[in-house]
Design a protein. Sequence first.
Length: 82
Amino acid sequence: MPTIMRFGGLRVVVYPNDHKPAHVHVIGGGHEAVFDLNCPLGPAEIRENYGFGRREAARIQEALSEALPGLCNEWRRIHGET
């Protein structure tokens, strides 16, 4: 499970044997959430949330949307075209 980004004590990972659509898992503080990237134009959208509060999830979504081009590139590098 490659970590492709870190911010605010959180890890953003892509599982190599995962499925489409392009998405990332955000892990930290005992919580995890899954965000669809909606490559190539975004925005990132939360699909599953296991423990993050509403404000924290919104902050994560904003950070992922800002980093979207790089995240989409990493997804393609790991999985091929989106």
